[in-house]
Design a protein around this ligand. Structure first.
Ligand code: TSJ
Length: 655
């Protein structure tokens, strides 16, 4: 057992591990499922470092039935020789000394990972047992155990059972194998999550080009073969980018990538634009995700904007008189992965996932400018670049149209806005909760509605002109549309992040369009607009679709209206022999009186409330329904056909 050859210094070291047991949270964040995985990642990180430094090409992670886990690499093997400062082997130092990682080899451990960087000794301290094997010509072994010492009446953590032993058994392979069993008395759960482990290993495989990572899960039913996944991406970030863009529509087939070292910082990125409208930047520092961003992201964004504008000018796509495109324009639909490796990382922010090293900004910016410049100096890449600029110019149009609309909405009391709402026939009542805004398709139907309405509570906004083809028009054109800007003005509550329900002038917004293709398009445009820019309005159930009848069935002074074909049969029976049918092709064919009694009179009309509880789902649906990709739309409809909400919504849209 441990003890007899131990110096005072060794005991001090082991007390360090006791401290880890006493306050595990200080070292691994928590003793929950996250903390459990943390002690696995501490071990994996060491193997990844060996690979990142060019010494290992393969890592295998294994999950066992008894709850233990192992990690093996084919690197050089943890140094087995005696460490001069402590008089024990490198292996022993690694597992018994806190923060030992890299102390004896600054150079090779220069880009050491680990979220808290606490090292393998913490895994040892929080394990029931830990076994290490090092393959360097022969097999070296060492074993550690945590136990309760009855005599001393205290917990002993990660205690070596003897020093490192050279078993003398010859081996061809080199590398390190670490096998440990998380201590059930430390953790709330000791069950590793296959999905979580495999997802992170896949990410690590993407981040470390060419590295083969194998995950074997032996925790399967008796008699069944282990579940095993194997990751190896020779394209690295390039492959990562393609993977992230699966299911999206890339604007050019190959992601653009670059790798450089600047001021001791290794910088790598890959980008690819898609038809989406949002930006997805995934950044990493020393293989650790940095979702909160930081200086590397700042440098990257600045570099991208600068270099893409520069290239656009040098290719003559942007002329001297043209303004630069903004960063946000170039980032619309951008999928990007930024991975940097540097020393002395400082993590900040809410979840300690934001890079605080200011010195990272400039090198990343420089590398980005350099990389983009170099890539597009290749004339073969010109068409790719043109796609990027076309997309950015589209985004700029949205931005400008959005700003204009915002100005309109902001200046709601100015003369300017009065001219815009000129077509609005406002109501006289001043109680928004009682007021209704009818958005009516066509000037002539608008005129009829104006005659039919109750002035006190019903306002009419006619929409003039041909309906836009939503599938071909983008949201920027929708926003540039004067009618849409008029709606924003009329509602008086702003839009987008400025939208404020408290300023809403009409608590019922009723879309009244014809029951035909064009009418459906108008509804789609308006709903997309509300989804994207006044989502609260939908969530609150303030948006309605008016239901004009399709048929009038009449005989002398008996009149019945039918809203669909099934109803038509019933109404025919009610009216009886000698009936006549009028089919309404549009709202414009109705008299003011008919429109009132069938569609506008609160006592008799049928309204459909557009009510989507899940705004996120709604947005996805609008994208799928109106996006560029026909397949995506079909897929979406097929996938969601059984979802009640969505189903209902689709019915409503296609009224
Ligand atoms: F530390 C550990 F237990 F977590 C661990 C370390 C676990 C695993 C699975 C692998 C490793 C590990 C360590 N793999 N490879 C290394 N390499 C070294 O420690 C090493 C080897 C040689 C030299 C040298 O300068 O010759 C330096 C180092 C740091």
């Amino acid at each position: 057992m441990a003890g007899k050859e131990y110096s005072a210094e060794d005991i001090r070291i082991l007390e360090g591990l006791d401290a880890v047991r006493l306050r595990p949270g200080m070292y691994i964040g928590s003793t929950g499922v996250k903390g459990l995985h943390h002690i696995l990642w501490e071990i994996v990180d060491n193997a990844i470092d060996e690979a990142a430094n060019g010494y290992a090409t393969r890592i295998e992670v294994k999950l066992y039935k008894d709850g233990s886990a192992s990690v093996e690499d084919n690197g050089r093997g943890i140094p087995t020789d005696i460490h001069p400062q402590t008089g024990v082997s490198g292996v022993e130092v690694v597992f018994t000394q806190l923060h030992a990682g890299g102390k004896f080899d600054e150079h090779n451990y220069s880009f050491s990972g680990g979220l808290h960087g606490v090292g393998a000794s913490v895994t040892n301290a929080l394990s029931e047992w830990l076994k290490v094997e090092v393959y360097r010509g022969t097999v070296y072994k060492m074993f550690f155990r945590s136990y309760f010492d009855e005599a001393a009446d205290k917990m002993m953590s990660g205690v070596p059972e003897g020093h490192l032993v050279d078993t003398g058994v010859k081996t061809d392979k080199t590398g390190t194998f670490v096998h440990f069993k998380p201590d059930a008395s430390v953790f709330d759960t000791v069950v590793f999550n296959f999905e979580a482990v495999s997802k992170r290993l896949k990410e690590l495989a993407f981040l470390n080009k060419g590295l083969e990572i194998n995950l074997v899960d032996e925790r399967v039913e008796e008699g069944r073969p282990p579940v095993s996944v194997n990751y190896k991406f020779d394209g690295g970030l390039h492959d990562f980018c393609i993977y992230l863009n699966e299911g999206k529509a890339p604007l050019y087939p190959d992601p653009i990538g670059y790798r450089a070292e600047k001021d001791g910082i290794l910088i790598e990125f890959a980008i690819q634009h898609t038809g989406e409208f949002t930006e997805s930047l995934f950044s990493f520092v020393n293989n650790i995700p940095t979702p909160e961003g930081g200086f590397h992201e700042t440098g990257f964004r600045t570099g991208l904007t600068k270099s893409l504008n520069d290239v656009a000018r040098s290719l003559g796509i942007l002329k001297e008189k043209d303004a630069n495109l903004l960063g946000e324009d170039f980032r619309e639909g951008l999928t990007a992965i930024l991975s940097i490796k540097m020393k002395n990382v400082q993590f900040e922010g809410q979840t300690k996932t934001k890079l605080g090293n200011a010195e990272a900004r400039q090198p990343v910016e420089t590398a980005t400018v350099e990389g983009i410049g170099a890539l597009f100096s290749d004339p073969k890449k010109k068409s790719v670049f043109e796609e990027i600029v076309k997309k950015a110019q589209g985004a700029a149009r949205v931005r400008i149209a959005a700003r204009q609309a915002k100005e309109v909405a902001r200046a709601k009391n100015s003369i300017d806005s009065l001219t815009l709402v000129g077509k609005l026939s406002a109501c006289t009542g001043k109680k928004p909760e009682l007021n209704e805004l009818f958005i009516v398709e066509g000037d002539s139907a608008g005129g009829t509605a104006k005659q039919a309405r109750v002035r006190q509570t019903q306002a009419i906004l006619p929409l003039r002109g041909k309906p836009l083809n939503v599938e071909k028009k983008r949201i920027d054109q929708v926003l540039a549309n004067e009618e849409i800007r008029t709606i924003i003005s009329a509602l008086g509550a702003g839009y987008g992040s400025d939208f404020d329900m408290d300023d809403l002038k009409y608590h019922k917004v009723i879309i009244l369009s014809d029951a035909d293709q064009d009418g459906m398009h108008i509804r789609c445009i308006l709903l997309t607009f509300f989804f994207r820019y006044m989502r609260e309005l939908i969530n609150n159930g303030n948006v309605y679709i008016g239901m004009p009848p399709l048929y009038k069935v009449y005989k002398k002074d008996v009149v019945e209206y039918a809203y669909d074909d099934a109803e038509l049969q019933k109404k025919i029976e009610i009216v009886g022999k000698g009936y006549q049918i009028q089919r309404y092709k549009g709202l414009g064919e109705m008299s003011a009186e008919q429109l009132w009694e069938t569609t506008m009179d609160p006592a008799r009309r049928n309204l459909i409330r557009v009510n989507i509880e899940d705004a996120a789902e709604a947005e996805q649906m609008v994208t799928a329904l109106m996006g560029d990709r026909v397949e995506a739309r079909k897929e979406f409809l097929a996938r969601n056909a059984n979802f009640n909400k969505v189903d209902t919504f689709i019915d409503r849209v296609n009224l």
